[in-house]
Design a protein around this ligand. Structure first.
Ligand SMILES: [Zn+2]
Length: 180
């Protein structure tokens, strides 16, 4: 990945030279380490409260994109914060396994995994869904600091289904929107 071809907001992120990828905002950890597979809970909470994109860390635009499996899409419930639509497309394109790995390994328990991601197979479709807002639920559990969070998107405006074809995540067309 050539950094010069990235959209400006992702090009402004610190770069992982080994993976040749921009480091998502929520993949930077409080001790200064980088872990693409584990979401920094404090950053995710910050993104949720301040309406920031989880990839580039900059304020949201009217279109807000959630990436996940069919479960989260139908329930409109996610544990990971959304992205700009542009950042979501680039994240899926840059690293086909990134979104899945991040959802599957949160460094916590199964309880923190988003619905539809608890036993994600690579054959599972990925749905990129767009809305214009969300509610943030804070879930206070003993020993859970910061609180667990659940993003509850507003009704969807559009959605796209992607599947793995020859190990490449490929758009296969619009996903029907559930009745609200
Ligand atoms: Zn972004």
């Amino acid at each position: 990945m050539n950094r010069k071809t990235l959209p400006a907001r992702l090009a402004a992120r610190p770069f992982d030279s080994r993976r040749r990828l921009p480091i998502p905002y929520v993949s930077e950890h409080d001790d200064g380490s980088v872990n693409f597979a584990v979401v920094n809970g404090t950053r995710a909470l910050e993104c949720g409260l301040r309406r920031l994109c989880s990839a580039c860390g900059q304020p949201h635009e009217p279109a807000i994109a959630f990436v996940g499996g069919p479960g989260g899409f139908h329930q409109r419930r996610y544990t990971d914060p959304p992205m700009h639509l542009e950042c979501a497309h680039w994240s899926l394109r840059l690293c086909p396994y990134l979104a899945l790995q991040r959802h599957r390994r949160r460094g916590g328990t199964e309880q923190t995994a988003a619905p539809g991601f608890t036993d994600m197979e690579k054959a599972e479709p990925v749905i990129l869904a767009v809305t214009h807002g969300y509610r943030l639920d804070l879930i206070y559990e003993p020993g859970s600091q910061p609180p667990a969070i659940a993003f509850r998107p507003w009704p969807w405006n559009a959605a796209t289904r992607l599947v793995y074809r020859d190990r490449v995540l490929t758009e296969i067309g619009p996903e029907p929107l559930p009745a609200t």
